[in-house]
Design a binder for this molecule. Structure first.
Ligand SMILES: [Zn+2]
Length: 376
């Protein structure tokens, strides 16, 4: 159940109560695609860097090690030793971005595994069954994520099919949640809004899915090549149409600046690979812009990545040492950068919540933006 605690302009401060604990929103979900955060980060580490929600991927876990294996081992929470909320995405996005040859039909999608080329079929029912086996806290609906440059006619028929698929997801989820051997019978379902950059298609679709009374609503298919301004314009059109008393999730977004702007347009949930992917490449976020620790100017720099940061990297190690580890290809270098970046994102979300609570989000956003963009 979602509780809207406060609004500051369009920015929402909420709480989503789940069987795995309460999620304070706005929240940034930490992405662990294959039930692990890349960079040798354990769930014990996550407990020390303010992680509220871990995000795993249906398609990847279905392919390896297999959702049935995970079910036999007691579900994803037990498998990875994480008792807080987990969101699983539906596999839709990966089917459309990773998988080779594919065929979209009304019943679902036929495609080949990117690991071994094996033929796989996934439709709304299969995606719900896999996510039920994984027993995540929140399951995402199976949707088609069309190319953002798809023409209008294609987009219209794709979105209509996504709506039909969503109804099938809802029915299948209700059936699975009523079975006696389901690990998490309280699994929640979020629907996904699509429509590319066509504002009117998006708004019509948002109205239709809002009628289904789901646990939350995501805006998908953004941050895939359109400009930031276009993304903000779509959010301004779509979010007001989605139910205010349900969480809103902007999928796959983004930079700290994108998140600050998303919150300002009513978004509760975010996820993105940037902090982990950038961390693995020695790019770290600070309130004075992003640093590249491979840069020679850090060779003798004995300061932490960011003065005052309480993350495991900054509490104990210098820029010079982490730079040395990265140059020597030591795994610890990568790991420390990922931990710092996730801590930076999770702390920013905490500050965002405090700013909304205090009713000064606009002021906070202005100052934080200058910092993360390196203009301070
Ligand atoms: Zn740090």
């Amino acid at each position: 159940m979602y509780e809207l605690i406060k609004k500051d302009g369009m920015a929402k401060r909420g709480r989503l109560h789940t069987v795995h604990g309460t999620i304070e929103t706005p929240v940034f979900m930490n992405v662990g695609t294959a039930a692990v955060i890349k960079g040798a980060v354990s769930t014990d580490d996550l407990r020390g860097i303010k992680t509220q929600v871990e995000l795993s991927n249906t398609y990847h876990l279905h392919v390896r090690p297999g959702d049935k294996v995970i079910k036999q081992l007691g579900g994803l929470h037990k498998f990875m030793n994480w008792d807080k909320p987990i969101l699983t995405d539906s596999g839709g996005f990966q089917v459309f971005s990773l998988a080779g040859l594919r065929k979209i039909k009304e019943e679902g999608v036929h495609f080949h595994s990117h690991i071994d080329g094996k033929k796989i079929f996934m439709g709304p029912e299969e995606s719900m069954q896999i996510q039920s086996n994984l027993a995540s806290t929140i399951a995402m609906a199976f949707d088609e994520c069309p190319s953002s440059v798809a023409d209008r006619a294609y987009m219209e028929q794709s979105v209509a099919r996504t709506t039909r698929w969503l109804k099938r997801c809802k029915d299948e989820m209700a059936r699975l949640n009523s079975l006696p051997d389901t690990i998490n019978p309280n699994q929640m379902l979020f629907g996904i809004n699509q429509g590319g950059i066509y504002e009117d298609i998006r708004v019509e679709h948002a109205k239709k899915i809002a009628e289904l009374g789901l646990d939350g609503y995501a805006v998908g298919g953004l941050a895939v090549g359109e400009s930031h301004e276009e993304m903000y314009r779509i959010l301004e059109a779509v979010v007001p149409v989605l139910p205010e008393n349900k969480p809103t999730y902007l999928m796959g977004v983004g930079t700290p600046a994108n998140i600050l702007e998303g919150v300002d347009r009513g978004v509760d949930f975010f996820d993105c690979v940037y902090p982990t992917r950038n961390g693995r490449h020695g790019h770290v976020y600070t309130n004075h812009g992003k640093l590249n620790l491979f840069n020679a100017k850090y060779e003798l720099d004995d300061r932490p990545i960011e003065e005052g940061c309480q993350c495991p990297a900054c509490r104990s190690y210098s820029r010079a040492y982490i730079r040395h580890l990265l140059k020597a290809k030591e795994m610890l270098g990568m790991r420390l950068c990922v931990l710092h970046n996730l801590y930076f994102y999770n702390t920013m979300m905490e500050e965002i919540r405090e700013a909304i609570d205090a009713g000064n989000y606009e002021e906070y956003k202005r100052i934080k933006l200058e910092g993360v963009l390196g203009r301070k």
